[in-house]
Every structure is written in C-alpha cells, then in structure tokens.
Design a protein around this ligand. Structure first.
Ligand SMILES: Cc1cc2nc3c(=O)[nH]c(=O)nc-3n(C[C@H](O)[C@H](O)[C@H](O)COP(=O)(O)O)c2cc1C
Length: 168
C-alpha cells in the first residue's frame, strides 16, 4: 500500500479472524521495527510475538476488555528504562522511543492488510509477572495482530488549523 494510503486507512481494530499471519508479512514488519529511530540510536527495546493460545489468554487476563482474547497474535513491546537515553533533567526517554517503534509496527502491519490496536490500559505489574519480565525492562505497550473482522466506524479528528500555528 502507498504510504499516505496506509496513514489514511489505518484504524484500531478490535475484532479479528483466525487467519494465520504469513511469514513474509511478519518478516517485513520486523524489518520496519528494526529501522525505527531511537534517541542516540540506543534501540532500548525488545519484542515478543505471542501465538501460543494459552499464553495469549494469560496476557489478555491483564486487560479488562474481552475482545483481546480472540486476537490470533499479541505483540508485546518491552522497553529498558536504564539503557535508554535520559533527558537533560535525567528523565528516561523510553516512552517516546517505544511510541515510535510501536507505531512503525502498527503502520507496517496496516501496509500488510493486518490490524492492530495499541493497548496500554492493562495491569503492567501483572503483565510483567505473566511474561517473567523484570526491571529495568517493562512491557510498555501491547497490540493484537491479525486480519480484521471489522471495519471501524469513522471517527473525528481535529481540524488541521487547530493543530498548527505558523509563526512567520
Ligand atoms: C498510547 C495509546 C494507548 C492506547 N490504549 C488503548 C487501550 O488500552 N485500549 C484500547 O481499546 N485502545 C487503546 N488505544 C487506541 C485508541 O483508542 C485509538 O487509537 C484512538 O481512539 C483513535 O482511533 P484509531 O486508532 O482507530 O484511529 C490506544 C492508543 C494509543 C496511541
């Protein structure tokens, strides 16, 4: 799909078919993740793609909404808050790094015709426990991955004039 078409058509998908994800699509998504920028190019991240049904149920149990349970795959984005670059006031930049790399994954998936949905409203402590992830690593975002079984209804975005101030 052409880049701007991907941007225009990507939506959060919360219903999935059980069609398997082709190996080639996973490889291209992986390469898109690999090429994401990060502060000082530290790449303080790691990913898990969970296909195993039992583990997916455990992951879904850390999130309050039922729809995640039927996704055929769940991607977990792990960030390292010690390894990452720190701002001048000492604050770790990890959330920003993970945001960028995760959106690379989301857009690459959309280009492959695959659905995703950012999910952050889960019990982080429990999720880390389920996946045996220990500090300074933490699971900072997750997303289902699979072929959409729904077409999300149109939603509103702010007008471009409300977003930008041009300062000549
Ligand atoms: C950082 C972040 C966290 C999100 N967390 C959740 C979540 O926990 N559960 C959920 O259903 N959607 C979540 N979303 C999806 C947003 O609700 C969705 O992107 C927004 O409503 C715009 O819809 P669209 O993605 O279809 O364009 C999250 C999105 C972002 C960017």
């Amino acid at each position: 799909m052409e880049f701007y078409e991907v941007i225009k058509t990507r939506r959060s998908v919360r219903a999935y078919t059980d069609r398997a994800i082709p190996e080639g699509a996973l490889e291209r998504i992986g390469e898109s993740v690999r090429l994401a920028p990060s502060a000082c190019n530290i790449q303080p991240w790691s990913f898990r793609i969970v296909l195993n049904a039992e583990l997916r149920q455990k992951i879904a149990s850390c999130y309050s909404r039922d729809w995640l349970k039927q996704a055929p795959a769940i991607v977990l984005a792990l960030g390292n808050s010690e390894e990452c670059w720190k701002r001048l006031d000492g604050k770790p930049i990890i959330d920003m790094d993970i945001g960028i790399v995760m959106e690379h994954l989301v857009l690459a998936a959309a280009a492959e015709g695959l659905g995703t949905c950012w999910v952050c409203a889960y019990d982080v402590e429990r999720m880390n426990k389920v996946m045996n992830i220990v500090s300074p690593w933490s699971i900072l975002a997750i997303s289902p991955l699979g072929y959409p079984a729904e077409t999300p209804a149109p939603i509103k975005r702010k007008e471009i004039s409300a977003l930008f101030q041009v300062l000549p």
